[in-house]
Design a protein around this ligand. Structure first.
Ligand SMILES: NC(=O)C1=CN([C@@H]2O[C@H](COP(=O)(O)OP(=O)(O)OC[C@H]3O[C@@H](n4cnc5c(N)ncnc54)[C@H](OP(=O)(O)O)[C@@H]3O)[C@@H](O)[C@H]2O)C=CC1
Ligand SMILES: N[C@@H](C=O)C(=O)O
Length: 254
């Protein structure tokens, strides 16, 4: 059985991946979709010809990934694509964030992504793809989004090194680093601290971000950055001293 696995499939970028993978990978038997909101995944199934395996997991809960591991051992599928899209961010100064949110971001964005990747690799082979959702927030430390941006730097760094390690097996890792994308992400991110207004000017369409990510993954690219502004931000974050960028980010955008 050939499958794709998509976490965060109930909304936004993950949900869009499910739609587009159905078209991009004609030989899939199933897509295994992971999120907490089961009703959303059931609705998604109604819109798709391909069978979805609905896995209602809270990935921050002890045991959810063990359940995935056991299911993989039972079904022994060939994983053609893994998309790690579940994640959240909460804006605000570190000491004003609740520790529950801080721990949640680290747990979901870093630990669960790492563990899912770990349990899936044994079921991948030459030509398989891993698509990791980092963010443009990975490019530099961001005051007022400190833990989220650090969690995405972890994803970016981990995934680039993993790409090198897996290249001998013909498994390709592409890290996706979008700027702001129009999804439910901001409902949570901005709930206690509004986002800087400039983000609205660069808000991207999830359809376009995902379409580019799948194209870049096919081309075996190391990362996928949608849009000229975010590409320019990436170059700036490599060229300019972070000390200066962090100062201006805090002064004007916090
Ligand atoms: N939107 C943006 O501007 C950007 C987003 N990103 C990243 O892209 C990824 C997708 O975000 P996006 O689609 O925009 O956001 P959404 O809020 O629309 O989707 C987040 C997804 O993660 C799932 N999720 C959240 N918490 C858990 C949990 N504890 N266990 C299992 N699943 C969970 C949600 O499902 P459910 O609630 O049903 O569990 C949902 O399907 C994230 O990693 C985000 O950090 C990166 C750059 C920009
Ligand atoms: N890149 C977005 C989050 O990941 C943002 O700019 O808020």
């Amino acid at each position: 059985m050939q499958i794709a696995i998509v976490t965060g499939a109930s909304s936004g970028i993950g949900k869009e991946f499910v739609f587009q993978l159905t078209k991009a990978y004609r030989n899939l038997d199933e897509i295994w979709v992971i999120a907490r909101r089961e009703e959303r995944l059931v609705e998604l199934q109604k819109k798709l010809p391909l069978k979805l395996r609905i896995l209602t997991y809270d990935l921050t809960e002890e045991g959810s990934i063990t359940a995935l591991k056991e299911l993989l051992a039972e079904e022994k599928p060939q994983i053609k694509v893994l998309v790690n899209s579940s994640g959240f961010g909460k804006r605000g100064y570190f000491e004003e964030n609740s520790y529950e949110d801080i721990k949640g971001m680290i747990d979901l964005n870093c630990r669960s992504l790492t563990e899912i990747t770990y349990v899936c690799i044994p079921y991948m082979s030459k030509g398989s793809r891993i698509i990791q959702l980092a963010s443009s927030a990975a490019f530099m430390p961001q005051p007022n989004f400190a833990v989220y941006s650090a969690s995405k730097s972890f994803v970016f760094s981990f995934s680039r090194a993993l790409r090198r390690e897996l290249s001998g097996k013909g498994i390709y890792v592409t890290t996706v680093c979008p700027g702001p994308v129009r999804t439910e992400f901001f409902g949570i991110a901005d709930s206690e601290c509004p986002r800087p207004m400039f983000k609205d000017a660069f808000m991207a369409d999830p359809v376009k971000v995902v379409s580019k990510a799948i194209r870049d993954s096919h081309k075996k690219k190391e990362y996928s950055i949608y849009g000229g502004v975010m590409k320019a931000f990436y170059v700036l974050s490599k060229a300019a001293p972070h000390r200066v960028l962090i100062f201006f980010a805090d002064k004007f955008f916090s």
